[in-house]
Write a new protein. Sequence first.
Length: 71
Amino acid sequence: MASGAALRIVGAILGGVALILLGQWIGNPEALANPNDPFAAFRALANILYVSGVAVMLTGVGWTLQTWARA
């Protein structure tokens, strides 16, 4: 149960970081990407989506571990 809670906490933290990065990317796209590379902004967005996906997976696995521990 404790490991599930830890995974959910890490997932929530990563989700928050991803939202902060997304806000930074929307507010100032050149801060996260090379302005000389036309695809750099898309790579930055892809990396933000990767972090979001890991956050969702960790949160889901943590929730599942906690649910199974109660059953």
